[in-house]
Design a protein around this ligand. Structure first.
Ligand SMILES: [Zn+2]
Length: 281
């Protein structure tokens, strides 16, 4: 790649999961994932862009044709665990077993080549030193599982914010963080993308692009869902305030994304294409 051109690279990814499946009586709520994926696909098509869908193993069971739909449009399918259990809550053997099931379900549903893995809730820390060895052993080429700062949930302070080669040439591509404040937060997805004032989002994209750093992201189906019933989301320890944030400004996601596209004209890229670029440098 020509460094002088300062191409703005935006690694667009969706953590493809159905949160209903992790809450009590969840199946009594509307099944929304297919329609929401269509909304993301339509957004991506506007820019003729390809993205990475980090997909949980139980998705094909509930939406049997969804993987094929995504693959048919030439987007990348990658793994996001089978049961969405944080890596820190598993033994090495349990983790390996979970990833194998995840792969099996996705391949059976039509995935073609699974090269990437994202840990649920970026739950890879110093306490899981075997994590990269297991992924590499199972044939993965990259991971996007580290939040390289202190964080209320997980986080690996000191990991560094650039892509790094780990076990056997497997790349870790940590999530992009907002700079210049006490708290470093992953601004480019989830709650933070919806909640932070837009000028901070804009500044964060600008900061990365000026330094020729790719911006990574992690959107979810629920981030854009305006029709889902309200329920307590999983993995937030029943905190009411945080649950309010799970529903905050969902209608703002696409308008904000469109503004980012207009302002910076980034190249949206899959993680798979990005590691090819990194390996070629
Ligand atoms: Zn997830």
């Amino acid at each position: 790649m020509n460094q002088e051109e300062k191409e703005h690279i935006f690694l667009f990814s969706i953590d493809l999961e159905d949160v209903r499946l992790r809450v009590k009586n969840g199946l009594s709520y509307r099944a929304r994932v297919e329609e929401l994926v269509e909304d993301y696909l339509s957004f991506l098509n506007t820019y003729n862009a390809k993205a990475t869908f980090f997909t949980v193993g139980d998705i094909p069971k509930h939406y049997p044709s969804l993987i094929k739909t995504i693959v048919a449009e030439e987007h990348e399918i990658a793994c996001h665990s089978n049961m969405h259990i944080p890596v820190t809550s598993q033994t090495q053997e349990e983790f390996r077993e979970d990833v194998c099931r995840n792969k099996e379900h996705l391949y059976n549903a039509g995935a073609i080549e699974l090269l990437g893995y994202r840990a649920p809730t970026y739950s890879v820390t110093k306490s899981t030193p075997w994590f990269f060895d297991v992924l590499s052993d199972l044939g993965f080429r990259y991971s996007s599982s580290v939040l390289p700062a202190k964080n209320p949930l997980y986080g690996w302070e000191g990991f560094g914010e650039c892509p790094k080669k780990m076990s056997n040439d497997l790349w870790e591509i940590p999530v992009s963080l907002r700079k210049g404040s006490i708290f470093k937060v992953p601004f480019s997805g989830g709650v933070y993308f919806r909640f932070l004032p837009f000028y901070l989002i804009k500044k964060s994209f600008e900061f990365h692009f000026k330094k020729n750093k790719a911006v990574t992201s992690y959107f979810h189906p629920y981030d854009i869902d305006l029709k889902q019933e309200r329920f307590m989301h999983p993995e937030i320890n029943d905190r009411w305030v945080y649950n309010q944030l799970m529903y905050y400004n969902r209608k703002g996601v696409f308008p904000r994304l469109k503004k980012v596209m207009e302002m910076f004209e980034p190249t949206i890229m899959t993680y798979k294409s990005y590691i090819e670029l990194l390996n070629g440098r």
